[in-house]
Design a protein around this ligand. Structure first.
Ligand code: CUK
Ligand code: CUA
Ligand code: CA
Length: 655
């Protein structure tokens, strides 16, 4: 298909969707010309008199678009609990977030790659050890860009053990342990820039007894020379991308696989045999014009068992200083399907998003610059790897036209898919079997079942339990990138929005506008009974815990001073302690309170120290006492009627 054919197609879909003419004209201008500003300035204004937010008045009926929606049935009244957790990435805030679904209530922000003075993340020694320090003791990085959160699996569904998330900026993978909902590990992924897609495997392809996550796959979005040490800088044809496998438990990098083109998002099959990643830059372009020059890009599929056999047999190399074994998954090195490590399935054009259907049969790749989604049959992919299918394109079993700017797809477990349309500002519901029948040539069948407007420009969209075998088809959340008129204005930076859509019936119903901090990308909606958190820390898990108020003391070794301190409402274990100017002071604080939710904080004026300790938790900080004087060490967390009185004096003596 030529590029003028594409424009033709887009114009046709524009005419179909005339009521969004303004947006679509802008989109068309964008696609036809220079505009990566596609459609962005053209968000629709609501009809005069239409309700702007459906969630504001509980129980009331609002006119939202054309349908009358009652929010009441999805209301979570005071004292009631949500049915689901929503775990969300926080984009360039570097954090992750925990919301309730359907209430949209924010429960927790989990600091990961960012600094957070509420919890003391990046301030305490424990969190700094996870974040990683440079030789001079400063933090290696203080920024991050989290795009995707995904949970660990057992038997094809969430087991509530871990979440993983990526840092696109610095190519780091972080793990969150869900019993405490805190980050417990961050690793660097070597040889990679622009680490974007991420997905845990769902079972082991080699050992049928292992039915849980043991690998986390990571995709590289930006191609670079390998090693990236100044060589080949001006020769983009020699830039490559790498697919990385990390051990879920040890968080060590197991292996890497070099690919042609780039990697964007990642999906895994339910049987553990395949991982896939959409590629929008098969052109190896360095400008967006180059990156959108080909009519088709690809979805590359990784044969995990073969890659690991190749590593076992020593068919690997290393890059630069990295010791990680790398196999060659480029096209040239994998011409014979029977031995190939990778299969490149052509997909139109600059695809975005790849999602596994919960029946385990397909990967769905969204076209982004093509108004289509592509359904890849994983059984046929195996047939190709067996040598029984000649052309990788023959693994495609459907390619329905869904609308403009398709990005991400969620599923309801009833055979239907829900795709976000960035340019159309819509969610489209389509049926997978019908799309397959249409692709086979049945002209009577229309796979499109429903459309709903969202406000505006959705990126990710996901359904309740939608990435598991326990998909329940109840809710869809549309992660909208633009809000403009939907909320009270807060200055030029608008909040983002997650719109909640009821997908339990034939027609989608918009039921709530939830404002969210910029910028969530991906989330997962997890049934609440999958998550079992601990309410009290284990006193013994910190080796330096101060287990009794009687153990509070100041220990000196030369200029190094350790203050062993406890907190128990409404007092610290030491009412005062003395150090000398120039000392390197470490305060180890254990919260001896055992009452759930009885958190204390510790802040030291002029020393930039601020953190909290939960019941039975221990944290420590180290700083230089460089100024003489009195410093009121105080509790920051309202813990007791005498919270304001909960103080200790740090006396710094003149040197
Ligand atoms: S990407 Cu954000 S909308 Cu980084 Cu998951 Cu598609
Ligand atoms: Cu302890 Cu406030
Ligand atoms: Ca491209």
């Amino acid at each position: 298909m030529t590029s003028s054919d594409w424009k033709e197609k887009i114009i046709t879909s524009l005419q179909d969707a005339g009521r969004r003419k303004f947006l679509n004209t802008a989109a068309l201008a964008g696609l036809a010309g220079t505009g990566l500003s596609v459609g962005l300035s053209s968000c629709k204004k609501p009809e005069p008199g239409a309700a702007v937010s459906g969630a504001g008045k509980i129980g009331a009926t609002h006119a939202l678009g054309s349908s009358n929606v009652t929010y009441g049935e999805f209301e979570v009244p005071p004292g009631q609990l949500d049915q689901y957790y929503t775990f969300s990435s926080g984009g360039h805030s570097g954090e992750a977030r925990v919301y309730g679904c359907p209430s949209g209530r924010l429960f927790k922000r989990i600091p990961i790659f960012n600094l957070d003075c509420e919890s003391g993340w990046g301030i305490t020694n424990e969190s700094r050890a996870i974040l990683g320090a440079r030789a001079d003791g400063s933090l290696k990085y203080t920024t991050g860009d989290t795009h995707h959160v995904h949970g660990s699996y057992t038997d094809g569904t969430y087991d509530g053990k871990y979440l993983w998330t990526n840092d696109k900026i610095h190519s780091r993978l972080a793990r969150i342990r869900l019993d405490y909902m805190v980050c417990d590990k961050i690793i660097d992924i070597p040889n990679v820039q622009g680490f974007h897609g991420i997905f845990p495997d769902k079972r082991d392809p080699l050992d049928p007894k292992i039915n849980h996550t043991t690998r986390v796959f990571c995709g590289q979005e930006f191609h670079v020379p390998q090693p990236n040490d100044g060589r080949d800088e001006n020769d983009p044809k020699k830039y490559y991308c790498i697919f990385t496998c990390v051990d879920a438990e040890s968080m060590k990098v197991r292996w890497q696989c070099k690919v042609d083109g780039n990697l964007d998002l990642v999906a895994t099959s339910y049987d553990g045999t395949l991982a896939g990643s959409n590629q929008y830059n098969t052109e190896n372009g360095v400008t967006y014009e180059e990156m959108m020059s080909a009519e088709r890009d690809a979805c590359v599929l990784f044969n995990i068992a073969r890659i690991e056999a190749a590593i076992q047999s020593g068919r690997h190399y290393t890059i630069g200083d990295s010791k990680v074994p790398v196999v060659d998954g480029t096209k040239d090195a994998n011409k014979d399907p029977k031995t190939a490590l990778t299969c490149y399935v052509p997909v139109p054009k600059n695809p975005h998003g790849v999602n596994a259907t919960p029946d385990g049969k397909y990967f769905v790749c969204s076209g982004k610059l093509s108004p289509t989604t592509t359904v890849i049959d994983l059984g046929l992919v195996h047939k190709w790897f067996d040598g029984a299918l000649k052309d990788p394109r023959d693994t495609v079993v459907a390619e329905p036209e869904v609308g403009l700017g398709p990005l991400h797809t969620g599923f309801d477990g009833r055979g239907n898919a829900y795709t976000t349309l960035f340019l159309d500002s819509q969610i489209v519901k389509w049926n997978i079997d019908k799309a397959i029948a249409q692709f086979k040539g049945d002209k009577q069948v229309d796979p499109i079942l429903d459309r709903i407007d969202v406000h505006y420009q959705p990126g990710h969209g996901f359904t309740s339990m939608g990435e598991t075998r326990e998909v329940d088809g109840k809710f869809f959340i549309s992660g909208n990138k633009f809000t403009k008129d939907r909320f009270l204005p807060v200055g030029p930076r608008h909040p983002d929005q997650e719109q909640l859509i009821d997908i339990s019936g034939d027609k989608m119903r918009l039921i709530a506008d939830h404002s969210v901090d910029p910028e969530p990308h991906d989330s997962i909606i997890v049934k609440r009974d999958k998550i079992r958190t601990r309410q009290i820390n284990d006193l013994n898990e910190h080796p330096l815990a101060v287990k009794d108020a009687k153990d509070c003391r100041v220990e000196r070794k030369g200029k190094k001073v350790t203050v062993h301190l406890t907190s128990q409402a409404p007092a610290f274990g030491l009412r005062e302690f003395t150090v000398r100017q120039g000392d390197e002071v470490t305060i180890i604080l254990t919260n001896l309170d055992k009452v759930e939710d009885l958190t204390h904080g510790l802040a030291i004026p002029m020393y930039d120290i601020n953190f909290v300790v939960n019941p039975q938790q221990t944290k420590s900080v180290t700083f230089k006492a460089d100024r003489p004087g009195v410093n009121w060490v105080y509790c920051t967390n309202f813990c007791h009627a005498l919270h304001l009185e909960m103080r200790s004096r740090m006396l710094v003596e003149q040197a």
